[in-house]
Design a protein around this ligand. Structure first.
Ligand code: KIV
Length: 293
């Protein structure tokens, strides 16, 4: 089955900008975001018409095999950003600022965000955290770098504080999340990722702020959705979050293909005649070939 690009013909698609995000919210057009960590998948995501590609620090878990996103560094993510950039022509490209690349000081945050733009060739950065990170989001967006906020479950700190928990389960924490979102909006973010927030609270946040909300495990009323590519494709069997929908089972497909390869090599049925290169007959005769018995 080939890709059906008719609805989102690449030739007709315009480059998505941060300004388009707010237009899409205003027009009630849902924003589609996905993570990507390489050239082939960013090419495919761009071709099928996703609005935005996030080079998430989830790369550390789903590609590098770390237990959490904590060890991920700017140095690790920059070549990944560059590969994603080479594959995507239309989607808005967002680099995820890893743990301790933005928390230390505004100056440090600006310097590292600038690396995502100048070296990684991203068009925006994502910063995890609510009110406590609003001054950082403001400093980075003040120098002209668009910032996507991220509240609710924030994996960089959640793993240090005992794991992944649903956020906004009561009115008190719900109101606090709404306040975080408002403070980030005031700080100048162009959108906010809402992660693992109860659907009701995510809806209130979405109705309260003027910038679009991009949900992940936060229900049906966000302005857009984001999922980790490997969850969509069934390529991270170690853990499948309840909120993620698996649209394919690539781990099984890859396993079958590799299993067949292993068995064909062992049986001697690969390579076949069509896979080999031959020397000319005249040259072959000059080779010191063992005599056929
Ligand atoms: O790193 C990531 O993939 C993310 C998404 C889950 C939003 O931050």
């Amino acid at each position: 089955m080939g890709l059906d690009l008719s609805e989102n013909s690449n030739k007709e698609r315009k480059k998505v900008t941060v300004a388009d995000f707010s237009k899409m919210k205003a027009q009630g057009q849902r924003i589609v975001m996905v993570t990507s960590y390489d050239y082939p998948t960013s090419t495919i995501a761009d071709d099928v018409g996703v609005d935005s590609i996030l080079v998430g620090d989830s790369y550390g878990m789903v590609v590098l095999g770390y237990d959490t996103t904590i060890p991920v560094t700017v140095e690790e993510l920059l070549p990944v950003c560059q590969a994603v950039k080479r594959g995507a022509r239309h989607s808005l490209l967002i680099g995820d600022m890893p743990f301790l690349s933005f928390q230390i000081s505004e100056e440090d945050a600006i310097r590292n965000a600038g690396r995502f733009i100048k070296e990684g060739r991203m068009e925006a950065v994502k910063i995890e955290g609510g009110r406590e990170m609003a001054h950082i989001a403001k400093a980075v967006s003040n120098v002209g770098i668009p910032v996507l906020g991220h509240i609710g479950l924030t994996p960089q700190t959640a793993t240090l504080h005992g794991g992944y928990r649903i956020q906004g389960k009561n009115a008190h924490s719900g109101k606090s999340l709404v306040e975080d979102a408002k403070l980030l909006e005031d700080a100048g973010v162009f959108g906010i990722v809402l992660e693992m927030i109860t659907e009701e609270v995510a809806k209130v946040i979405t109705q309260t702020v003027s910038v679009p909300t991009i949900g992940i495990g936060s229900g049906r009323y966000c302005d857009g959705q984001v999922l980790v590519l490997h969850d969509i494709l069934g390529l991270y069997p170690r853990f499948v979050p309840k909120f993620a929908k698996r649209y394919a089972n690539l781990a099984a497909t890859i396993g079958e293909a590799l299993g067949e390869y292993v068995s064909e090599v062992r049986r001697g049925t690969f390579p076949e005649e069509k896979h080999v290169f031959k020397i000319d007959d005249a040259e072959r005769n000059k080779l010191d070939l063992p005599q056929k018995s």
